[in-house]
Design a protein around this ligand. Structure first.
Ligand SMILES: [Mg+2]
Length: 366
């Protein structure tokens, strides 16, 4: 089975304006691809560029996608590891762009094997994928109000963004807990926002709250301070921005620098490497979370298949398309049922994008 052509789309999804350091984003900066094969099987892949974390933009992903499509043209679609290694030999980094190609190749191979993706990855049966829902950084009262609205809608786990100002963070968690009660587990995510002193201050101050874990308290370059922080912190620490691949995971686990790891295909370069991260973690009893950037339900469905296939993936941060996407142009694929992500039994990933939506996008076929 050879790769015959690849369609590449600048898959911009209108969003409720979303402010990041470089300005306000009105679109999720995604790329959608379809890889066609000589057997008539087509695989879909999607990635979402998040420059602050990965150093890639929608434009770099689009340009790299053209290179990757050229490299893969007329190559054997069944040799997954060989195809991915070709991309690594061509360019370092560019994990997000690579992840769309890795996803499409896994989709093709699962369909070729006559299996839904989670079974192709070795999964046996489905499990409950209860996602958290994220509250962004605002004045504490506003955050509490939003948290309460989510709980009233049936959300069972909240993820709270922190990391801008330690006093604000402590107040926000107090306000939210007052609003929703202590029975709701909170996950907090500092997105590298604290220095060591801030991290110690906030984590120790939150000792008596119902906090499941804290994601990425400090900058990646402060990883050497994590073992000391873990020693003091009453709250478990999850590595996110510090772990892109299984080498990162190994380094942190060996140093005693994390309790959990957040896997995102946009960092790992896709499913192949994500499996290696999960294996390294499982061996050391470090549970993983499945997370994402601002992907649509195409990638969300692939995340859900991955999370289903591996028991060691025990936390699900899969509210990406609930976070302000104004449209859902995806056909088939995973659905939300009371904040649980449910996957179809279709072969492969089982999701695609509506032709009407694709027609208005920048496109190239290679
Ligand atoms: Mg995070």
């Amino acid at each position: 089975m050879t790769i015959t052509s690849t369609e590449i789309y600048r898959y911009s999804i209108p969003m409720v304006p979303f402010t990041i350091a470089t300005g306000t984003m009105h679109f999720a900066q995604n790329i959608f691809i379809r890889i066609h094969t000589s057997e008539g099987i087509t695989g879909v892949g999607e990635c979402s560029a998040f420059p602050m974390i990965t150093g890639e933009t929608q434009t770099t992903c689009f340009e790299m996608a053209k290179e990757f499509a050229t490299i893969w043209k007329n190559k054997n679609a069944v040799e997954i590891e060989e195809r991915i290694n070709e991309l690594h030999r061509f360019t370092a980094g560019n994990h997000t762009a690579k992840s769309a190609f890795d996803m499409a190749l896994h989709d093709i191979n699962a369909q070729y094997a006559g299996l839904p993706l989670y079974k192709f990855l070795g999964g046996i049966k489905k499990k409950k994928l209860q996602t958290d829902v994220t509250v962004g950084i605002h004045p504490p009262e506003e955050m509490a109000l939003q948290a309460k609205q989510f709980i009233d809608q049936g959300v069972e786990i909240l993820k709270i963004k922190v990391g801008k100002n330690s006093q604000h963070d402590i107040e926000a968690i107090q306000c939210i807990t007052n609003a929703v009660g202590t029975h709701i587990p909170l996950r907090i995510d500092a997105n590298q926002g604290w220095n060591y002193e801030d991290a110690v201050r906030v984590l120790t101050a939150l000792k008596d709250f119902n906090i499941e874990f804290c994601e990425q308290p400090m900058r990646r370059h402060d990883d050497d301070l994590l073992p000391a922080l873990i020693h003091i912190s009453p709250i478990k620490i999850m590595a996110d921005e510090s772990v892109f691949d299984h080498y990162d995971a190994k380094r942190l686990i060996q140093a005693g620098a994390c309790d959990y790891v957040n896997i995102k295909f946009a960092k790992s370069g896709g499913i192949l490497e994500a499996q290696k991260i999960n294996a390294v973690c499982e061996e050391k009893n470090i549970a993983c979370m499945m997370g994402g950037m601002l992907e649509s339900r195409v990638a969300l469905t692939a995340f859900a298949h991955f999370a289903t296939a591996f028991d060691n993936v025990r936390f699900y941060d899969m509210d990406t398309c609930m976070l302000g996407h104004k449209t859902d142009p995806v056909t088939g694929g995973a659905t939300y049922n009371h904040f649980c992500v449910e996957i179809p039994d279709t072969l492969g990933i089982g999701a695609d994008v509506e032709e009407n939506f694709l027609q208005q996008l920048d496109k190239i076929i290679i």
